[in-house]
Design a protein. Sequence first.
Length: 161
Amino acid sequence: MIIGSYNRTVIILVAVFGLLMTGVAYSDQHMKKTEVKAGDKLPAVRIEPVKYIAKGNRDPFFSIITLAKQKMDVQRKTTNPVENYDVNDFRLLGIIFDGKDYYASVVLPDRKAYTLKKGMKIGLYGGKIDQITSDKIIVKEFIIDFMGKTNPKYTEIKLRE
C-alpha cells in the first residue's frame, strides 16, 4: 500500500510539473520580440512635470513624529497634575451632584485623587471636560492626525460597575 501511494504521488508531481512547463513554453512562443539597432530612433515619450503646491499640505520631508512631539512639549509645561497624564490612565471613583452641577472624583496613575468639573483642562492633548453625567465623564481632546491637522477626539471615562 505504501509503495502504491508513493507511485501515485510521483505521477501526480510529474504531471503537474509537465503542465507548468508547457505553460511556460507556450507563453515564451507568443512574446513579441523587437530588436533595437544602434541607428534606430526610439519612440518619443512625453514627460509632463508635476507641480507640488505646498499650501495646505504638510512638508513631506518633515517627520510627523517630530511635529507631534514639539506640539506635546509645548502643552506639557503646566503645573496642574491632571494635564500631565493621558486621559485613558484616569480611574473614575465617583460622581457628585450638588443640585445644579456634576463633579467627578478621579485617581491618577500616581495614586492621588482629584475633583474635576465641567470645562477643566485635562490630559496630554489639551483636552477639556465636555460633559459630566451621572455615570461617566466625556473629554474632548485635540489629536494630531497623519496630515499634521488637529482633530477632536471624544473619550469617555465610565464608572466601574
